[in-house]
Design a protein around this ligand. Structure first.
Ligand SMILES: Nc1nc2c(ncn2[C@@H]2O[C@H](COP(=O)(O)OP(=O)(O)O)[C@@H](O)[C@H]2O)c(=O)[nH]1
Ligand SMILES: [Mg+2]
Length: 447
C-alpha cells in the first residue's frame, strides 16, 4: 500500500545541535530531494552525497544527503534524509524548501505509522520504537529492543498458530458430525488449551513488574522526622540531593531521584517526616508524604534502629500498613534494637557508613522483579498488551468451560476465534483504526 502524499519532518531532537536530520518519505521523496539538493555527482541509491540545498537560485545550506528508492526502507516507501547544520534557521529553511518542493509536514509518529501500514513492522514492534527511544534504564532499553526485534510478536504468532490448528481440527468435527469426533477433539484440545492459557497468564502477569520498566518503580522513603530518610536518599542515589540536618522537619517537599538498580529504573521519593506539625509549610509537606504513600509501589519504612520504636513510629506504621514495605533499620552504626517484628523484609543500614546499602538495593530489586518474572524472558511493559492478554485468557477459559459442559463445537470455536482476535490486537492484525490512530498520536514528531 502506498500513500499518495509525501511527508517530511525534522527527526533530530528540538533545539540546537551540530548536525540535524530532515526526513522525507513517500512516492515523491527522491524527486523532492533532487529538486532541493544539488550535488556535483548524480544521485545514487543509498549513497551519501555532499552538496547544497537550493531554493531557486539561492544557496540555503551546505549539507550531506542520501536517498533510498523502492520499498526497502524504514517506512516501506521511498525515503530521503538531509543532514543540514543543526541550528534553528538552517533547519527551518531547509524544511521549508522541502515543503515548497512538494512534501507536507508529517504528523507525530507518521513515519512509523507508514512502516506499520506498509507491513514493515507490526503494531507491538512499532510501539516498541517509542519505548526504546524513551527507555530510562538498561533493562527498559533491553526489553523494548527485544520487542522491537519481534520477540513478543513471534511469541504471539506461535500462540495464534496453535489456535489455528485447533480451529481446523474443531471445524472438521463440525463438518462431519456423523463421524462423532467430538470426544477425540476434546481430548486433544484440552491439554493445548491449558498450555496456551498458562502461557497467556504468565505473559499477562509479567506486566506486574514489566510496567516498572517503562514507568519506573516508585519507592517512597517514609518515617518520622530525623531517622535519616534524606541521608538514605543521598546514599542510595550517590548524590547530595536532599538537605540533611539534625533539625526535625528539614524536608518539606518531595525530593525525587531516578536511579538504576541492576538495570531497573527506580524513582525514589524522599518525603517530609510524618508528624503533627503546627508549621503550615511542614504540614503541607506531611500531606504530600501521605499522598506519596498512595502512589508508591514500595515503601521504605525508615526508623532509627538504634533505639526502640516509639509512638511516633507506630503512628507512621499505621499509615503504611497496607503497602508493600521494607523496614529500614537505619543508624546501625549506633547499634540495633528489635523493632516491628511483623515486618518480614528488613535491612540494617547506616546512611553514614554506607553499611547495608547493597542489601537494601537488593531488597528493592527483589520486590519489583519476582523470581517467576526473572524466568520469563518476554516481559509485557504495555498496559494495552496486558489487557489483550487478559481478554485472551478469558476467552480460552470460556472455551474450556464449554468443552466441559458438552456444548456444541460451534460455541467452542467462537471462543477460540475470540482468543485469536484478542492477541491479534497486540500485533495489530485485528485492531481498529481508532486504536491505531491513538497509538501513533503519542509518538514524537519525525519518528
Ligand atoms: N549515626 C548516624 N546518623 C545518621 C544516619 N543517618 C542519618 N543520620 C543523621 O541523622 C540526622 C537526620 O538525618 P536526615 O537524613 O535529615 O533525616 P530525615 O529527617 O529522616 O530526612 C542527621 O544529623 C544525619 O546526619 C546514620 O545512619 N547513622
Ligand atoms: Mg529529610
Amino acid at each position: 500500500m502506498q500513500n499518495s502524499d509525501t511527508i517530511c519532518a525534522v527527526s533530530s531532537p528540538p533545539g540546537v545541535g551540530a548536525v540535524g536530520i530532515i526526513r522525507i518519505s513517500g512516492k515523491a521523496a527522491i524527486d523532492i530531494l533532487n529538486t532541493v539538493f544539488h550535488s556535483n555527482q548524480p544521485f545514487s541509491q543509498a549513497v551519501m552525497r555532499h552538496g547544497f540545498i537550493m531554493d531557486g537560485g539561492t544557496k540555503l545550506d551546505e549539507v550531506m544527503a542520501v536517498g533510498f528508492e523502492g520499498e526497502k526502507t524504514y517506512t516501506g516507501e521511498p525515503m530521503a534524509e538531509i543532514f543540514p547544520h543543526g541550528g534553528r534557521m538552517p533547519m527551518m529553511q531547509v524544511l521549508s524548501a522541502v515543503e515548497k518542493a512538494g512534501a507536507r509536514p508529517a504528523e507525530p509518529g507518521e513515519f512509523t505509522k507508514r512502516a506499520f501500514m506498509n507491513g514493515k513492522m507490526d503494531l507491538s514492534e512499532a510501539e516498541a520504537v517509542m519505548d526504546y527511544i524513551g527507555a530510562v534504564s538498561s533493562l527498559s532499553a533491553k526489553s523494548a529492543f527485544d520487542q522491537l526485534e519481534g520477540a513478543l510478536s513471534q511469541k504471539i504468532r506461535g500462540m495464534q498458530n496453535r489456535l489455528t490448528d485447533m480451529l481446523a481440527m474443531i471445524e472438521a468435527g463440525i463438518e462431519y458430525p456423523e463421524e462423532d469426533l467430538e470426544h477425540d477433539i476434546k481430548g486433544k484440545a484440552m491439554p493445548v488449551l491449558a498450555e496456551l492459557m498458562a502461557e497467556g497468564r504468565a505473559l499477562a502477569d509479567s506486566f506486574e513488574s514489566g510496567r516498572f520498566l517503562k514507568e519506573g518503580f516508585n519507592v517512597c522513603i517514609i518515617g518520622k522526622p530525623n531517622v535519616g530518610k534524606s541521608s538514605l536518599l543521598n546514599a542510595l542515589t550517590g548524590k547530595e540531593r536532599a538537605i540533611v540536618t539534625e533539625v526535625e522537619g528539614t524536608t518539606r517537599d518531595i525530593i525525587e531521584g531516578l536511579y538504576d538498580i541492576q538495570g531497573l529504573p527506580v524513582r525514589y521519593f524522599d518525603t517530609a517526616g510524618i508528624r503533627e506539625s503546627h508549621d503550615a509549610v511542614e504540614a503541607i509537606g506531611v500531606d504530600r508524604s501521605l499522598s506519596a504513600i498512595e502512589k508508591a509501589d514500595l515503601v521504605l519504612f525508615t526508623v532509627d534502629g538504634s533505639v526502640p520504636a516509639d509512638e511516633r513510629d507506630n503512628k507512621v506504621y499505621e499509615k503504611i500498613k497496607d503497602k508493600k514495605t521494607v523496614l529500614v533499620l537505619n543508624k546501625s552504626d549506633r547499634g540495633t534494637k528489635e523493632n516491628f517484628p511483623d515486618i518480614k523484609t528488613r535491612v540494617l543500614t547506616s546512611a553514614v557508613t554506607g553499611e547495608g546499602m547493597e542489601a537494601l538495593e537488593q531488597a528493592i530489586y527483589d520486590t519489583a522483579v519476582t523470581h517467576q518474572e526473572k524466568a520469563e524472558s518476554i516481559v509485557i511493559t504495555n498496559a494495552r498488551h496486558a489487557h489483550c492478554l487478559n481478554d485472551y485468557v478469558n476467552s480460552l477459559e470460556a472455551a474450556v468451560a464449554e468443552f466441559e459442559s458438552g456444548a456444541d463445537l460451534e460455541c467452542v470455536s467462537i471462543d477460540i476465534r475470540d482468543a485469536w482476535n484478542h492477541i491479534g490486537e497486540i500485533t495489530g492484525e485485528t485492531v481498529g483504526e481508532a486504536i491505531i490512530d491513538r497509538i501513533f498520536e503519542n509518538f514524537c514528531l519525525g519518528k
